[in-house]
Design a protein around this ligand. Structure first.
Ligand code: DX5
Ligand code: ZN
Length: 221
């Protein structure tokens, strides 16, 4: 099982964004996670296409865009043009999920669905074949620096079983409260991609923090 680290720039010093991203990439970060929030689907309001364009100029690493917004379909074309590589949205935030997943792929991006802690796997079962990524939220979305919800581990295990039943090659990403102390459990449950905001950009040395996360992946629990 691979162990891809995707640092979230929500926790970065935006006045040192280039430096911070370069440090995380130097430590082995494979993707850069971009948390877009609209202040409606989640209480917080963050950033959008301008930051994606700035990150495209900073790094060649895939931009893993996580939309915590109502009507995410409104942003597919703009974010593809801005350089997003992964477009993950919440099925709770729109109506025609399968249509929008197809549109994401037609725009050349990987299509992902994110599930809130209380949202059942049933929300993705009918569209597993349309997915390149499933994002299991291990915190309630809206803010960095929260603690990993222990119930997430069983959900990750069930998500891995669902993907395996469908012979899906979709990535299984976990988002929220991932630190060197918590990552081994979701990795052991079948996750292969890990968002880490505070654990990376809250550290004095983001490169070292990414390396520490990667090392903990290899530990069997
Ligand atoms: C929360 C975001 C997460 C968050 C992760 O709504 O989706 O990506 O930034 O931050 P940490 O790793 O600090 O929990
Ligand atoms: Zn996120």
């Amino acid at each position: 099982m691979s162990c891809r680290i995707a640092p979230s720039v929500l926790s970065a010093d935006l006045d040192r964004l280039r430096e911070q991203v370069e440090q995380a990439v130097a430590g082995g970060a494979e993707w850069i996670h971009v948390d877009v929030m609209d202040g409606h689907f989640v209480p917080n309001l963050t950033f959008g296409a301008p930051l994606i364009r700035a990150l495209r100029r900073i790094t060649d690493r895939p931009l893993d865009v996580h939309l915590m917004v109502q009507h995410p379909e409104r942003y597919i074309t703009e974010y593809a043009d801005a350089g997003a590589a992964v477009f993950t949205f919440h099925p709770e935030a729109t109506v025609h999920v399968q249509r929008h997943l197809s549109a994401v792929r037609e725009h050349g991006m990987l299509a992902g669905l994110a599930l809130n802690p209380a949202s059942p796997l049933a929300l993705i079962e009918e569209v597993v074949g349309d997915l390149d990524l499933v994002l299991v939220m291990s915190v309630n979305p809206g803010y960095g620096g929260q603690s990993y919800l222990p119930a997430s581990t069983d959900k990750i295990r069930r998500t891995r079983a669902l993907l395996d039943r469908h012979r899906s090659r979709a990535a299984l990403e976990v988002d929220g409260g991932i630190t060197a102390d918590t990552i081994a459990e979701p990795w052991g449950a079948g996750a292969d991609t890990f968002v880490a905001g505070t654990a990376v950009f809250g550290a004095n040395d983001p490169a070292q923090a990414v390396r520490a996360l990667s090392r903990r992946c290899a530990v069997r629990v």
